[in-house]
Design a protein around this ligand. Sequence first.
Ligand SMILES: Cc1cc2nc3c(=O)[nH]c(=O)nc-3n(C[C@H](O)[C@H](O)[C@H](O)COP(=O)(O)OP(=O)(O)OC[C@H]3O[C@@H](n4cnc5c(N)ncnc54)[C@H](O)[C@@H]3O)c2cc1C
Length: 201
Amino acid sequence: MNVLIVYAHPNPHSFNAAMREVAVGTLSRAGHSILLSDLYAMRFNPVLSAEELQGDLSAIQPEIEKVRRADLLLFQFPNWWYGMPAILKGWMDRVFACGFAYDEAHSFENGLLKGKKALLSLTVGARADYYQQAPERDLLRVLEPIHYGCLAYCGMEVLPPFIVYGPTEMSEAERKAALEAYRQYLLALPQLRPLRFSHMG
Ligand SMILES: Cc1cc2nc3c(=O)[nH]c(=O)nc-3n(C[C@H](O)[C@H](O)[C@H](O)COP(=O)(O)OP(=O)(O)OC[C@H]3O[C@@H](n4cnc5c(N)ncnc54)[C@H](O)[C@@H]3O)c2cc1C
């Protein structure tokens, strides 16, 4: 399949960069074709313009073309303030445009990106036990605006996210193990069952 990796981290030596490299290596060795949008390297402009809002998608056509070709959209990013880095939020604002990703008559089950899969791969600053201490820290709940409000809304099947907790605090061995766990997760992609949402009955 064609996999579009949308990668949002400003530091090419970050743990997110290492995860992106694991994805590129693992998926291409498994026979998939990789398309990449490295948003900071591209100096991607995240600001949705008035022209785009009125339907002129010419400036965003290259990204739209990548999404069109992709069977799987894989988003790699750090959790910043319980969400995506602004550059990635802006990519979604601009690329998942009305008329391309959805329209008034096409959302959820018949969203215009139906047939594609999406996967969030992210890092968070705190360790896993922090996230287990309160319902407000439930990361599936935190990620719902992206999973449900955006990806499922546009018709995509949303795969369960892969999350690395606290890579900054990890030992070198723990980081190696986290990257290996990610490799194994990607190898098992065909077996992953998509998330279920209430509109699916
Ligand atoms: C604006 C902002 C808001 C934030 N909000 C939140 C929040 O709401 N909730 C939350 O939990 N966290 C939050 N954070 C923390 C953030 O999520 C973490 O800093 C981030 O997820 C860590 O990932 P990283 O790729 O930036 O790690 P890095 O700091 O880049 O990397 C971690 C370590 O991995 C090492 N490394 C890099 N490559 C490799 C490799 N190949 N093999 C082994 N080790 C390697 C690096 O050298 C480094 O030592 C926020 C941070 C910012 C800046």
